[in-house]
Design a protein around this ligand. Structure first.
Ligand SMILES: Cc1cc2nc3c(=O)[nH]c(=O)nc-3n(C[C@H](O)[C@H](O)[C@H](O)COP(=O)(O)O)c2cc1C
Length: 362
């Protein structure tokens, strides 16, 4: 293993350590603003609880509920252990799961097993992960070959300019990423998902991505893990002061989903999704499914398979109860459930739409 390979594996292991130790590291910030949205309670739901069906589809495959485990890890020993556990949780819970970035496989192909989650989670959608900056290079054949070998159902491209720009070893050349994504969409054997990693994607950029062939846009907004804050723990004090000013950076997840309502069936919600109630609100705002990263990482590291499985079941239970109390027998009915949005939420949603359209087209 060369120095660079060591460095990537070590960095990934450090990220997982920082994110999974809630006592020592505070890595979350901002707000999804999902708590500014309320369902209208129905005293007369006019349905029978056993008839409520949480099943839906993800990448045209049936799943047991509109929830997924977001892209996280692989490449280190602990990452491999976590991936195996997450894949089991996904399989048993009937929900999709993502791998962490497969970039390390270009340098260290021997860890491919860390990313072969389909062997464990054969009954649910599994998606691989790669950085947008890795797509700028026009030669995508090695990536396409890897995607085939991993036998995944999709590939998620992560956009993380915030993290890259503060990371000492980060890639800072962001020009050409959109064209790189379009090239991947043309040639990829599986659908392409594009995600942020906690700072959000606005409606104009989401529309651009869908226009270039992207199947799902995961807004991955503000309100959960903040990757500048994660990197802050790896910085010297002067750099930390710069990072501190970005503790609340980004588009709140709830507002990003609401502002993307012209792209039905194309939007995934993640970034700060922490409960079944958050999932329910995100679905009613227009998301196809909602994803969690940090809570699953913490559950699996602190309590193993059982804790992560219990988290999935808690989410299911709350989602089911919301469906009963809003008179929604199916997930499609939940998507149409009326919502009361605060004035702040409504204002922020329309302000985001306007500002975003101006930025790209004005
Ligand atoms: C330990 C850890 C590792 C992560 N690694 C990746 C990664 O390799 N690729 C990626 O797209 N996102 C990665 N993420 C970001 C998540 O997929 C997600 O977008 C982000 O953490 C926001 O969701 P959350 O608030 O639920 O954590 C990682 C998150 C965590 C907690």
């Amino acid at each position: 293993m060369g120095r660079n390979d060591d460095a990537i594996a070590q960095r990934k292991a450090q990220h997982l350590d920082i994110c999974s130790d809630a006592e020592r590291y505070a890595v979350e910030g901002g707000s999804t603003l999902l708590d500014e949205v309320r369902f209208v309670h129905r005293a007369l739901p006019e349905l029978n609880e056993p008839d409520v069906d949480l099943g839906t589809s993800f990448l045209d495959m049936p799943v047991s509920m509109p929830v997924f485990i977001s892209s996280m890890t692989g490449g280190s020993a602990e990452g491999y252990r976590v991936n195996r556990l997450l894949a089991r949780v996904a399989q048993e819970s009937g929900i999709p799961v993502g791998t962490g970035s497969i970039r390390i496989l270009f340098r260290k192909p021997d860890v491919i097993d860390h990313f072969m989650l389909k062997r464990i989670a054969s009954g649910v959608p599994v998606f691989a992960n790669i950085g947008g900056v890795q797509l700028v290079d026009p030669a995508q054949d090695p990536l396409l070959e890897l995607i085939r070998r991993l036998e995944v159902d999709a590939v998620a491209v992560h956009l993380n300019p915030g993290q890259e720009v503060v990371q000492p070893e980060g890639d800072r050349a962001f020009r050409g990423v959109l064209d790189g994504i379009a090239r991947l969409c043309e040639r990829s054997p599986v659908p392409v998902i594009v995600k942020e990693t906690g700072f959000g994607i606005g409606p104009a950029e989401a529309a651009l991505l869908v226009d270039r062939g992207v199947r799902y846009v995961d807004v991955a907004g503000n309100g959960g893990t903040n990757w500048v804050t994660v990197e802050r723990y790896r910085m010297d004090p002067a750099e930390q002061e710069v990072a501190d000013e970005f503790a609340d950076w980004g588009i709140p997840t709830g507002v990003a989903v609401a502002a993307c309502d012209s792209l039905p069936g194309r939007i995934l919600a993640s970034g700060g999704i922490r409960s079944g109630m958050d999932v329910a609100r995100a679905i009613a705002l227009g998301a196809q499914a909602a994803g969690l990263a940090l809570p699953f990482a913490r559950a699996v590291v602190s309590g193993g398979y059982e804790s992560a499985r219990a988290l999935a079941e808690r989410i299911r239970s709350v989602l089911r109860t919301v469906m009963v109390l809003t008179g929604s027998p199916t997930i499609d009915a939940l998507r149409r459930a009326p919502l009361v949005r605060s004035a702040r939420f409504t204002e922020m949603t329309s302000a985001l739409r306007e500002a975003d359209a101006e930025r790209l087209h004005g």
